[in-house]
Design a protein around this ligand. Structure first.
Ligand SMILES: Cc1cc2nc3c(=O)[nH]c(=O)nc-3n(C[C@H](O)[C@H](O)[C@H](O)COP(=O)(O)OP(=O)(O)OC[C@H]3O[C@@H](n4cnc5c(N)ncnc54)[C@H](O)[C@@H]3O)c2cc1C
Length: 391
């Protein structure tokens, strides 16, 4: 029941993969957890491309939600394959068939978010609740005010509110900074039928063409769309980025092609065949190793705590693992202050390791010989005795 000012034991800000995973696990254990999300509904934004769910993190969290079997029904193990080429089209790594394991199956982000959203009881997600202010109250509680005029008191406040987290301001002054790399997201609908040659090139998983501090990063989505990130190492003010006339798709396409004039035509076909949707995505990160003095009644999960570039493929996996690990601590101690301290100590360490790897991979990929360097690292990961398999 909604009253003018209610008390919520665990208030989760943000219905991304982290916040939803936490809400689902709390619900499973009969705890009062409510997600407050600024979007008006689940459908107001498209949810982006495909994610590989790692066995030791994202999938482990899914097991704790009790939804692992449902996840496997929407996962695409065949999407685990990877091809890496340079600008001539020569392959430095070619794995056209996926390994016969379930270590890192792909899943569409939208399908995964729907699975989690549908698993929550009515009232566990409050849409159209943009958090606009937070005031500390007694005994570690916080009074939260939302743009729609409503307010609540939270016993425990979890910031799962992503890169530009409002909740983070309670714990640290740190803010995301630009990594020096930007993506222009484009895509080709129904690639198998509209562009079979490009679909063959990309295969069932990911295709990365990397040279000259640039990249064409393509991935097949569950609906047959080939999603392509045209990636540049460039300052945000660089005309390479500011000069793209996004409002005129034909000219935007030509502007992108001009940056890849000496790349093989089979690769630049990914740009010339793209439809009229262009989205600029500057890639930001929080400082590596960010931590803070634990405070009663509030913590962060996911990008709010450790935004990093996508080059370790860890962001969504870690957001979900954070949720599962925080829930585990809370269920074990029932004392939120102790749960937060125990969770944060482990989260800081694993986030630092992933952020370091992500930053290293960014440097590998955006180099004159990015393809050769990334392929050499893939080979090293797969060498006997290596425990790391991330790409
Ligand atoms: C191009 C790209 C590719 C990526 N690829 C991968 C990949 O392959 N694998 C992987 O693991 N990760 C990947 N990531 C990273 C991944 O997308 C993020 O790490 C992950 O989505 C973080 O989840 P989250 O729940 O912490 O935050 P988010 O998904 O950002 O969710 C935050 C939610 O909070 C809401 N919110 C924000 N502010 C407020 C407010 N004031 N009040 C209420 N609600 C609010 C937002 O609307 C949003 O719904 C990629 C990222 C990018 C940019």
């Amino acid at each position: 029941m909604t009253t003018d000012h209610e008390f919520v034991h665990v208030a989760i800000i943000g219905a991304g993969l982290g916040g939803l995973t936490l809400a689902r696990i709390l619900q499973k254990h009969g705890l009062d957890g409510v997600v407050f999300e600024r979007d008006a509904s689940r459908d107001v934004r498209t949810q982006g491309g495909t994610l590989d769910m790692h066995a030791e993190s994202g999938q482990r969290a899914l097991s704790d939600t009790g939804l692992h079997a449902e996840f496997l029904a929407i996962a695409r193990p065949e999407g685990q394959c990877m091809r890496i080429a340079d600008k001539t089209g020569a392959f430095h790594w070619d794995e056209p068939e996926a390994p016969p394991t379930l270590e890192r199956p792909e899943v569409d982000r939208g399908a995964l978010r729907n699975l989690l959203t549908d698993s929550l009881e009515p009232g566990r997600i409050r849409w159209n609740h943009k958090l606009i202010s937070i005031e500390p109250a007694e005994r570690g509680c916080h009074v939260l005010r939302f743009e729609n005029g409503k307010s609540i008191t939270a016993g425990v406040l979890i910031g799962a509110d992503g890169a530009w987290s409002r909740v983070r301001t309670l714990l640290t002054d740190a803010k995301p900074v630009y990594t020096g790399v930007s993506f222009v997201e484009i895509g080709i609908a129904d690639g198998d039928h509209t562009n079979p040659e490009l679909a063959d090139l990309v295969g069932h998983g990911s295709y990365l063409a990397l040279s000259d501090n640039k990249g064409l990063l393509a991935q097949l989505n569950g609906d047959g769309r080939i999603r392509v990130y045209v990636a540049f190492r460039a300052a945000e003010t660089d005309p390479v980025l500011t000069g793209i006339p996004f409002e005129r798709p034909a000219d935007a396409r030509q502007a992108l092609l001009a940056q890849f004039a000496d790349w093989a035509p089979q690769l630049t076909g990914l740009i010339s065949a793209c439809d009229d949707s262009f989205v600029l995505r500057p890639i930001n990160m929080l400082p590596i190793g960010l931590n803070w003095q634990s405070q009663p009644g509030v913590t962060l999960i996911g990008d709010a705590a450790h935004l990093m570039s996508p080059f370790a493929g860890e962001g969504a996996n870690l957001a979900m693992l954070d949720a599962a690990e925080f829930a585990k601590e809370l269920l074990a101690t029932k004392a939120p202050r102790e749960a937060i301290k125990a969770y944060e100590a482990k989260m800081f360490a694993r986030a630092r390791d992933a952020a370091e790897e992500s930053a290293r991979n960014l440097e590998l990929c955006f180099a004159p010989d990015g393809a050769a360097r990334l392929a050499a690292q893939m080979a090293a990961y797969q060498a006997p005795g290596s425990s790391d398999t991330t790409a």
